[in-house]
Design a protein around this ligand. Structure first.
Ligand code: SF4
Length: 350
């Protein structure tokens, strides 16, 4: 067994506590436990990806009734496989299962590969799934790193950063490799999964029931809620425009927007992108932030009535796309909300 020390932990202490948890409280009686059949273990690992245990159980049983062995799955029609998967979601999992079963039939003489590297050549089997199959079915000392294990390690060792980044992921894999014991690997891996699912839950983890509490860096530094770090939010895209306010005698010039796109067909203030316009002495009014579902529109209204040369009449069409409207009366066309809110404020400006 490794004698490495990883910050606050000796790896042997860590793995002994995890294995002790398996023997006292680990889950041992789910339908995919108590078997060494790699096909059954593989099926459960794939079905459990992004899916809860209670949802998986009936599908797992139905699937095994239809395809009791890997060759039954390989010889089945993909339509039948997908039919049995219906409702479980992420259908690429079912297609990959079927394809991998056919590879096992055709390239591995119907025998499940028995080592991690070969397992990883099968469609849909990544490093962690291969590690789990190798440990559970073949008693190999292979490490795993599914979502539950990542969370436990990120908290216990206060790993900084989001684990979608390869630097953070590599750090977690290094830790997992170092901590995974050479003996009782299956018990250790099962217990790490259970700890993540039952104790070190994403929200409201049950730290006081956790065998790792004493040395858990997140717990000791009161950072359990903060770790693991979430995916950084991308800055929302934004666009900045000027709205040109041509005012004269309580009348305002509006412009019809193109029929498609934002506010398609509504009447709005003439708009120009801010990066295409040099401000001179126009009067800027209070900026408006309008949030669309997918971006923010920063609007700076510019009052430019002084540039007006003529005195327009009510609702005179300047063209098909522009018209003057009186601010004193209800404007009988569709207006974007920020325009409706802005117009009453303009009465005092004229
Ligand atoms: S002490 Fe809390 S945060 Fe730390 S591993 Fe245990 S459950 Fe997770």
């Amino acid at each position: 067994m490794s004698k490495t020390t990883t910050r606050s932990w000796s790896t042997t202490v860590f793995s002994s506590k995890v294995i002790a948890y398996y023997h006292s409280k680990g889950r041992k009686n789910l339908p995919w436990h108590n078997t060494k059949d790699p096909y059954r273990i593989w099926l459960s690992e794939i079905m459990l990806q992004q899916t809860q245990v209670k949802t998986v159980i009936p599908y797992y049983q139905k699937f095994l009734t239809a395809f009791p062995a890997v060759l039954d799955l390989a010889n089945a029609d993909l339509d039948q496989v997908l039919h049995l998967w219906s409702g479980l979601g992420y259908y690429s999992r079912a297609r990959n299962l079927h394809k991998a079963a056919q590879m096992i039939r055709d390239e591995f003489s119907g025998q499940f590969p028995k080592n991690q590297a070969e397992l990883e050549t099968l469609p849909g089997i990544g490093r962690s799934t291969a590690g789990a199959i190798a440990a559970f079915a073949f008693d190999l000392p292979t490490a795993i790193l599914d979502g539950n294990v990542k969370r436990v390690l990120a908290r216990c060792f206060a790993i900084e950063g989001w684990y979608g980044q390869s630097k953070v992921l590599n750090q977690l894999w290094d830790l997992s490799e170092k901590l995974t014991p050479k003996h009782q690997t299956a018990a250790y891996n099962q217990a790490m999964m259970d700890l993540g699912a039952i104790v070190c839950k994403r929200s409201n983890p049950l730290c006081l029931e956790c065998p790792l509490l004493k040395n858990c860096l997140a717990y000791q530094s009161d950072r359990v809620q903060e770790l693991p770090h979430k995916k950084p939010k991308k800055a929302r895209p934004s666009k900045s425009v000027y709205w040109l306010i041509y005012l004269n005698n309580q009348q305002i010039l509006l412009e019809k927007r193109p029929p498609t796109g934002i506010w398609g067909g509504l009447w709005s203030l003439p708009e120009i992108p801010q990066d295409q316009y040099q401000l001179t002495d126009e009067q800027q009014l209070e900026p408006i932030l309008h949030k669309f579902s997918h971006y923010d529109l920063n609007i700076t209204p510019l009052l430019i009535q002084k540039t007006m040369q003529k005195k327009p009449n009510i609702s005179i069409m300047e063209s098909e796309l522009t018209a003057w409207y009186s601010l004193d009366e209800t404007i009988p066309v569709g207006l974007p909300t920020p325009v409706s809110k802005l117009l009453p404020k303009l009465i005092e400006q004229d």
